[in-house]
Design a protein around this ligand. Structure first.
Ligand SMILES: Cc1cc2nc3c(=O)[nH]c(=O)nc-3n(C[C@H](O)[C@H](O)[C@H](O)COP(=O)(O)OP(=O)(O)OC[C@H]3O[C@@H](n4cnc5c(N)ncnc54)[C@H](O)[C@@H]3O)c2cc1C
Ligand code: SF4
Ligand code: SF4
Length: 348
């Protein structure tokens, strides 16, 4: 394994399949981001997990370099990372609001990027809530709408970005959780001569706030048992003190104990230091007490330009983030970062 220095002057480790196995899989630290999938025949995403089909003995590879628990771990400033602007926003389109998880900002920005030709394709996470979530490639507003809402199991969507990057020439947007954003940020920083698929074509990265994600197989087994044959159509985790995991079914809403669900969290999430996607162009999460709004953190010029365009076209309305909400967000993100440091110290 060798040490190299990336553009942010953070020492990051370079490695390959051997390091990926020893440091990530052997310690059960895979976030199921998908960054190592689609690069070689060894790594596959199957039913909500990423599996190393055989032991690879190479000492160099993108699989390790872009892994958020390996070479792309990195560091970021403060609790929320660097940002230009923080606010709350909501979609104005009723069809987006009806399907979106909260305020529909992510679906609005994705759909706008496509319709304005800022990107040719977007990589999202989709699939029926009962199936394992997975990366999807979309080009139109109806496809964006079909992917709206949160699937709380990890999705491996960066593997689909790897697929899309193999098709030369077109520009891409990516939406994902902070661990996926870390992987994609490492890809964007990679020297062009290291990669044969031009990651500079990734024009927009939208990060989702994330405290943890679930193991799909354990969740689906539990839901089959608890729902007694009823089909689920969507999920939500309302903010504290609700303490429930809401399951939407044909018959209404079932509120299951959140403590049951917590047991299905990925082990990797204990190691994760980033709640808001510090290396995205723009990050989006919920707002305490305002279910149909989003907190929006604008981080780069590209993120600001996209948000301004959506506001100019009146596709979004925006307001100030109340100081108390900002304090809570900083506190929650700081606690996550601190917990992660402790876990790495004790188990790293
Ligand atoms: C695993 C997970 C944990 C989260 N935890 C928090 C949290 O602790 N606090 C908080 O404020 N917000 C959290 N969120 C973010 C929140 O649920 C919304 O995604 C976000 O606020 C955007 O809302 P929206 O209405 O704009 O989304 P929408 O317009 O509905 O768009 C949602 C987007 O999320 C993508 N998506 C859905 N499921 C996944 C997935 N499993 N992995 C990657 N992308 C996915 C879809 O492709 C879609 O583009 C979490 C999201 C996920 C997926
Ligand atoms: S965290 Fe991502 S890159 Fe690392 S092993 Fe898991 S799926 Fe692969
Ligand atoms: S908590 Fe971190 S590691 Fe877990 S899914 Fe969210 S971003 Fe990924």
């Amino acid at each position: 394994m060798t040490l190299r220095v990336d553009r942010l002057s953070q020492p990051i480790q370079a490695g390959g399949g051997t390091a990926l196995y020893n440091e990530v899989f052997a310690g059960n630290r895979c976030t199921v981001c998908g960054a190592c999938v689609g690069l070689c025949p060894y790594m596959v995403h199957r039913r909500g997990r990423v599996i190393m089909r055989d032991r690879c003995t190479l000492n160099a590879g993108r699989c390790y370099d872009f892994c958020p628990m390996g070479g792309a771990r990195g560091r970021f400033d403060g609790e929320l990372g660097r940002y230009k602007n923080i606010l709350i926003a909501q979609a104005t389109s009723l069809d987006i609001l009806k399907r979106a998880q909260y305020g529909g900002v992510v679906s609005t920005l994705t759909s706008l990027s496509l319709s304005q030709g800022l990107v040719d394709e977007a990589i999202l996470t989709g699939g029926h809530p009962e199936n394992a979530p997975a990366g999807i490639r979309v080009k139109s507003r109806p496809e964006v709408l079909a992917a709206a809402g949160s699937r709380f199991a990890a999705s491996g969507a960066v593997g689909m970005l790897n697929e899309a990057l193999k098709d030369h020439g077109h520009s891409l947007a990516f939406v994902g959780t902070p661990c996926q954003v870390k992987a994609v940020a490492a890809m964007r920083r990679a020297a062009p001569d290291r990669v044969d698929y031009h990651p500079k074509r990734i024009k927009i990265v939208i990060g989702l706030f994330c405290s943890w994600a679930l193991d799909y197989r354990r969740l689906s087994k539990y839901l089959r048992f608890m729902l007694l044959g009823e089909r689920s159509t969507g999920y939500d985790i309302p903010p504290p003190p609700a303490g429930v995991f809401k399951v939407y079914t044909g018959d209404g809403i079932k509120a299951l104990p959140l403590d049951d669900i917590r047991g299905f969290r990925l082990n990797a999430c204990r190691f994760c230091d980033d709640m808001t996607g510090a290396q995205a162009d723009i990050s989006v999460g919920g707002v305490e007490g305002l279910e149909a709004w989003n907190t929006v953190i604008v981080r780069t010029a590209a993120g600001q330009k996209l948000l301004d365009l959506a506001l100019d076209k009146k596709l979004l309305v925006a307001d100030r983030l109340p100081d108390s909400d900002l304090e809570h967000l900083v506190e929650a993100a700081g606690l996550k970062k601190e917990r992660s440091r402790r876990v790495w110290r004790e188990e790293g």
